[in-house]
Design a protein around this ligand. Structure first.
Ligand code: GLC
Ligand code: CA
Length: 566
């Protein structure tokens, strides 16, 4: 395969324009501000930006309630500013993905208003209605504890409308051909303005059958192929990255057996088990999740993440595992959310301990996927638990120790900048960290740089190497006659491990030398062919197998058979 599929080996940075930088001083981040920070992002080394919703919206769910799909919310700038931004990103080789929120609209969208007003209007059928209160109106809420039902009565429409999320987010009738045509039109519009794809919000709900009589919603996977075909016909390098927190047995329905559906999906299964592993120093369930999510078409890719803009959803763990993660990372009820997750940012979950943050990031960058990092995590930003629900982890970026963290000239930012305490902008900011070689920011920049020189992770095939030690994860990646090997110790104490790289035949010899890519301690196998190493608490190692002449040995095509997979 020609390695044209950029998303297989990208580094994606997710940000919200309103929280990044405010150029015009009204207290809300804007496209002009973001544009001025593109050189920062370029220097960090990321290759793509995932931009959270910025379209016109009443902002009752941070923009995930859109009231005009074809415009930029005036608080962030104009369509002109948006195009300047995509152009400036492109000049720096950075691609832009945007959120596509089309499971539902805002209840302030003109389509919905018209649908409520006039039962004969064209848009009535674009939503999902019931004359009577459906029997299952009090089931299936996505935000339990906050959201009361999934059906709400509208006085004007004199009918109940369906909403999988909050009551101000009426679901679109996504099975309706006209709604589908409109979705494609929205995609086409933003592609024309310079984006390379979409993070598709709430995919299982978009493709699900909806209606008062639907007892067991069914996924209409064919729709995914339609989206993909449209994207690729319009622009060959355009991708869809699906938000679909589903069980591994349906992954292939989303990717398509022939790789004809979603290009990428977030790997929620691995995410949850990764946090369990970090909490318990037991990586066995993580390995299980890695194996369960391994099968995928060659053109498909996972998106891996630690934290995102939502709560850390632990709903797929066992009760016992979930309790272990709560105990380690979010013991207070105010840190938890929706009976299933933790709403904190990454750094406070680890008490700001840089060793543990590096370990978590090192794992993120070496699991079989394209890493997706969240703005502010590169400097270890904290959260503000006084803000409601998920807003606690959506505070403005902390650029410097100048007033308001350098985010705005206004003294009233729309969302308060974190100030005071261990995570206040006075201590935690990009400017200070620039000056310290060992800061998290500079570490992140170096690890991204190295990750880009290790394409084996994005393109290759992985093997988990057995060590008999559940706290230590050893993984090898094979690609084009090159191999890399990673070791992670999840425990708070040092471990000694013994393992064989597992290459055989002509390659066995290579397996005897591991060259450390990040430090000076290399490893040579003993007489028995085994490597023996002592790895410190929360330690990690990135090794090249067989020495640094690997590029001289790399083949031009993928091998039909991989070296022994253990
Ligand atoms: C997704 C988003 C979340 C939003 C919801 C409704 O889960 O990640 O932030 O609230 O969809 O659009
Ligand atoms: Ca502004």
């Amino acid at each position: 395969m020609i390695n044209d599929l950029w998303y297989k080996n990208a580094v994606i940075y997710c940000l919200s324009v309103g929280a990044y930088m405010d150029a015009n001083g009204d207290g809300i981040g804007d496209f002009t501000g973001l544009m001025r920070r593109l050189d920062y992002l370029h220097g960090l080394g990321i290759t793509a930006i995932w931009l959270m919703p910025f379209q016109v919206s009443p902002h009752r769910d941070d923009g995930y309630d859109v009231s005009d799909y074809y415009g930029v919310d005036p608080r962030y700038g104009t369509l002109g500013d948006f195009v300047e931004f995509t152009h400036a990103a492109k000049q720096r080789g950075i691609r832009v993905l945007i959120d596509l929120v089309i499971n539902h609209t805002s209840d302030q969208h003109p389509w919905f208003k018209e649908a409520c007003k006039d039962p004969n209007s064209k848009h009535r059928d674009w939503y999902v209605w019931s004359k009577k209160k459906p029997a299952n109106a009090n089931t299936g809420m996505v935000f339990p504890g906050v959201q009361k039902s999934t059906w709400t009565y509208d006085e004007q429409a004199k009918a109940w409308y369906f909403h999988r999320f909050y009551d101000f987010q009426p679901d679109l009738n996504t099975s309706h051909p006209e709604v589908q045509a409109e979705i494609l039109k929205i995609m086409g519009f933003w592609i024309q303005l310079g984006v390379s794809g979409f993070r598709m919000d709430a995919v299982p709900f978009i493709i699900s059958t909806k209606g008062p009589d639907v007892r067991e919603p069914e996924e209409q996977y064919d729709m995914l192929r339609m989206f993909r075909e449209f994207l690729q016909w319009r622009q060959g390098d355009c991708i869809a990255l699906a938000e679909a927190n589903v069980l591994p047995e349906t992954d292939l329905e989303y990717f398509g057996d022939d790789g004809d559906r979603m290009h990428m999906m977030f790997n929620f299964q691995v995410n949850q088990n990764l946090f369990y592993a970090l909490a318990s120093a037991d990586m066995r369930p993580l390995v299980k999740a890695l194996k369960a999510t391994k099968p995928r078409p060659a053109t498909a890719q996972w998106g891996m993440f630690l934290r995102n803009h939502d709560e850390l959803d632990l709903g797929r763990l066992t009760d016992e595992q979930r309790q272990a993660v709560f105990a380690a990372f979010g013991p207070d009820p105010e840190m938890q959310l929706y009976d299933r997750g933790i709403r904190r940012r990454l750094a406070p979950m680890f008490d700001g301990d840089q060793r543990r943050l590096e370990l978590a990031y090192s794992l993120l960058f070496t699991l079989p996927a394209t890493p997706v990092i969240r703005y502010g995590d590169e400097i270890g930003m904290g959260d503000n638990l006084k803000l409601p629900e998920r807003n606690c982890a959506r505070t403005p970026m902390q650029w410097s120790n100048e007033p308001q963290g350098g985010f705005t000239k206004s003294d009233k930012p729309h969302v308060p900048v974190i100030s005071g305490g261990p995570y206040g902008y006075e201590h935690v900011n990009a400017a200070i960290q620039r000056r310290h070689p060992e800061s998290l920011l500079n570490w992140t920049e170096r690890i991204i740089r190295m990750r880009k020189e290790v394409p084996e992770v994005g393109w290759g095939d992985f093997t988990v190497i057995p060590t008999r030690d559940p706290s230590v994860l050893v993984m090898r990646y094979d690609w084009r006659n090159n191999w890399v090997l990673f070791v992670h110790n999840l425990d708070a104490k040092p471990h000694e491990v013994r393992f064989s790289v597992g290459l055989d035949g002509d390659n066995a010899e290579h397996g005897k030398l591991l060259v450390n890519l990040l430090a000076e301690d290399h490893s040579r196998a003993g007489e028995d062919g085994n490597h023996r190493l002592v790895i410190e608490a929360y330690g990690y190692r990135w090794y090249r197998v067989g020495g640094l002449d690997y590029l001289l040995r790399r083949t031009e095509v993928d091998e039909p058979l991989h070296p022994k997979t253990g």
